[in-house]
Design a binder for this molecule. Sequence first.
Ligand SMILES: NC(=O)c1ccc[n+]([C@@H]2O[C@H](COP(=O)([O-])OP(=O)(O)OC[C@H]3O[C@@H](n4cnc5c(N)ncnc54)[C@H](OP(=O)(O)O)[C@@H]3O)[C@@H](O)[C@H]2O)c1
Length: 249
Amino acid sequence: MCDASTKDLGRCLCVITGASKGFGRSLAQQMPCVLQTGSVMLLVARTARLLQELKAELDTHVLLVHCVEADLGTAEGVNKTVEVAKKENVNDFDHVLLINNAGSLGAISQFSSFTDLAEVNAYISFNISSALALTAGLLQAFPQRPGLRRTVVNMSSVLAHQPLPLWVLYSTAKAARDMMFKVLAKEEPNVKVLNYSPGPVDTEMQREIFQQTGVSRELLPCQKPGAKLLKLLLDSDFCSGTHLDFLDL
Ligand SMILES: NC(=O)c1ccc[n+]([C@@H]2O[C@H](COP(=O)([O-])OP(=O)(O)OC[C@H]3O[C@@H](n4cnc5c(N)ncnc54)[C@H](OP(=O)(O)O)[C@@H]3O)[C@@H](O)[C@H]2O)c1
């Protein structure tokens, strides 16, 4: 349900990766409230059925929704996402917004267990490299022009800064992504960049954490950190490249 806020993110091309489940799905449900009529949303994930179900829920009177079935762990998946976005006419938008949300947990295991280079590379490729290549591809496809706002969000985690035993894969990827987007913020002053940590949210990833560790914790519904993220984007008064954690806001 939208509130009566007068602010919006403009006529927006909004790309959300990992939109089929969890936080990305919830964010995609909240997003239309803050987009102007004529906006386009690209929902990206591997599970086409879940994307189509989500699309059917959304109010497509105000915006067009395209489902992009893509495995972002592969070059084909990244390229396909960029190609679908490129079909849009840049002049139709005053804002291009990319939410790099897709991510995976990987094995929670001792450092010394990661002897399989292929396993490590596959994890790094999806969780780090694809976010770089996708962001680069979209920024190239939608270059700076007067009147165009460009925003990139990286879905981060408290573990980007906190070394925790057994979390080497996940923490390494989150730390690398934060740095990657900090560099982008330095390099491109006209791109607004946010590393956003949603806090522990109730998703499949948390169920997977419980399965692997047996440790449960209090979880937030996705809507709260999602609404806070939208408010941050609407106010847009954060310093580009910063890391903000829902639990500190
Ligand atoms: N849950 C938490 O407590 C928490 C806390 C801090 C940060 N985060 C971060 O928030 C983001 C979302 O997490 P979540 O909890 O919502 O995770 P989730 O429930 O596991 O959902 C992950 C999403 O990523 C997509 N995905 C996975 N592998 C993919 C691939 N190879 N190609 C394309 N899409 C892929 C999944 O869709 P398909 O399976 O359909 O591809 C799904 O839509 C992640 O970056 C996570 O690290 C989560």
